[in-house]
Design a protein around this ligand. Structure first.
Ligand code: ADP
Length: 274
């Protein structure tokens, strides 16, 4: 009546009243619903943009930090080579600390770079053999597997719709962890696989120290670790990378208790569409 326009939704439903066919009309003012929808869309766009920026920042920062770090590392190495035993005991110890710090920072920056480039650095998803990914992971872990006397067994593995290099990294992180967080018993790692709808579900089980139930979600958060660096070395980025890889493939990953007291890392990857 006052000339204002507003969005409405009109519904017409056939009804029968006293045996006579009628139409029930309802006109609803949907301005509030549309306002919320627009707000949600704009917030989502904003979130996507800030996520992209954050990823870019992490990538550039970790990439650019590598160069000065290389310089620090090589000069501290030079100091160690040239002056070890020629200064006093304190100096040797300080050089040792500096080298240790530089090495840790190199691992941290490398892991951060890997984390930041899961989206941007990945190859386009295509049919690929998960067995090939597993073999690549095992080849990279050969020295670790031998040193720990670990045994890794796997059922025949399927083709999936994925990025073989990233799936290899996924297996490498999970099997590497299964060995690192081993119990007294020699590490036994089993890889299982079952179809689950349009996905394949993989289980990487170990007989290691296990994860208390209250930490089973938290271990996937970047930098979250359950142990001190002295007890187990690490950066707390490995499982966060695993989660990003699996989510890039449209799957999920979670940690569960294994029957023998260890852990099962369970994740899904898409099957190759028929
Ligand atoms: P990192 O190994 O560098 O600490 P991760 O992100 O790979 O980082 O793992 C996070 C934490 O989850 C580890 O610090 C460890 O406490 C726990 N964890 C991971 N894998 C296992 C496993 N197979 N068994 C027991 N604990 C594990």
């Amino acid at each position: 009546a006052d000339g204002t326009t507003l969005p409405v939704e009109i519904g017409l439903s056939p009804v029968e009243i006293d045996g006579r066919p009628m139409v029930l009309a309802s006109i609803v003012d949907v301005s509030e619903r549309l306002r919320i929808l627009r707000e949600l869309e704009s917030k989502t766009r904003e979130l996507e943009r800030s996520n992209r920026e954050l990823e870019m920042f992490a990538y550039v920062a970790s990439h650019d930090l590598q160069e000065p770090l290389r310089m620090v590392t090589s000069y501290v190495q030079l100091l160690a080579r040239r002056y070890r035993g020629r200064l006093d005991r304190d100096a040797d110890e300080f050089i040792g600390f500096a080298l240790d710090g530089a090495n840790r920072m190199r691992t941290l920056i490398g892991d951060l770079l890997a984390y930041a480039s899961v989206e941007s650095g990945g190859r386009e998803l295509a049919p690929c053999e998960t067995n090939e990914a597993l073999q690549r992971a095992l080849a990279n872990l050969r020295a670790t597997i031998e040193a720990a006397g670990a045994e890794v067994s796997a059922v025949p593995l399927p083709r999936v719709w994925g990025d073989v290099a990233q799936i290899a990294r996924l297996f490498e992180n999970l099997i590497g962890n299964a060995i690192k967080y081993r119990s007294e018993a020699p590490p036994r790692i089993a890889i299982d696989c079952e179809p689950e709808g349009a996905m394949w579900r993989f289980d990487v089980s170990d007989n290691g120290i296990g994860i208390p139930p209250e930490f089973r979600e938290r271990v996937f958060v970047i930098f979250q670790r359950l142990h001190s660096r002295e007890a187990y070395p690490g950066t707390g980025i490995g499982l966060a990378i695993c989660q990003r890889i699996v989510e890039r493939h449209g799957g999920w990953i979670r940690a569960e208790p294994a029957s023998g007291g260890g852990s099962v890392f369970r994740f899904t990857l898409p099957a190759v569409p028929a």
